[in-house]
Write a protein that binds this ligand. Sequence first.
Ligand code: PHE
Length: 346
Amino acid sequence: MLQKITELLQEVSSVTLKNTGDLELFRLKFLSKKGLLSDLFEDFKNVPPSSKKEIGQKLNLLKQNAQEKYNSLKTELSNLEDITSYTDLTRPSYLYSLGSRHPISIVRNELIDIFTRIGFTVSEGPEIEDDDHVFTKLNFAPEHPARDMQDTFYISRLSSEDSSPRDILLRTHTSSVQVRVMQNQKPPIRTISPGRVFRNEAISARAHCIFHQVEGLYIDENVSFADLRQTLLFFAREMFGKETEIRLRPSYFPFTEPSAEMDVSCKICGGKGCNVCKHTGWLEVLGCGMVHPNVLEACSIDSRKYTGFAFGMGIERVAMLKYGVNDLRLYFENDLRFLDQFKSAF
Ligand code: PHE
């Protein structure tokens, strides 16, 4: 019996198998109820007591080795089968469908990137605001038309007649964030505030009641209109290309004096005039100006010591000009045929 066990130990240690069928034969031969091991354990009952210890140890070793061999061959073969049955290395691969960023996110990220490179920080603030931060501190007269229900979404109004600093509303521009920054920080301040804004407009190709802005603010000693112009030229060339020119036209905002509107040269016709620029050679991009002293004072900043500039633009508008999008509504419809076109942009 000892001889037989020794032979079997050798067989177990040297066995190699090709497939799971062979493995099953191995199991039947050694480990099953009718297999060799059970026969040997049966025979073991008749072994004389003097040999029981030696034979018993060998038999247990055989049992252990056979079981271990079975387990290891099983994992080996199943790995092999996984590879052989599922992997055809010549087969064309699956097409991975890549997601894409929304054009508004792409342009917002690019704007943040451009301005943070020249030292601007990013500030955020609440979308639900009060009259004080959206209008009063920004030098809007009490009867200013922007405060009208037709332009502003009110959440609660103390009386429909007058405007109170405690009226709660959806912010109509992110200048409100800049008021909060001015109230909480000392100059020098150099920050941009990207975010969603809300205006009570009928939805059309050119207007929407929700859109996105990035507004910028720079306050320090001796900040001049030339600084504003140079910052905006840098932005325009980074965003629309090195050849881009800008022009500033006088405008009016309650919170800046002087105020201007900035146009960029039309990229499509190179300034010669086309349908997109309505044959002017220029495209309107943003509003800007020198921060009104009343705004600085309302936010406890000494207007004799400090000056500053501010600017604000619609992200949808910038994206429209950059990508040639002709209908604002496309940004909000989540139509994959539109969104898929921005796959290669980040
Ligand atoms: N807040 C203005 C708007 O929403 C934009 C602007 C910002 C204009 C800063 C001038 C200076 O249209």
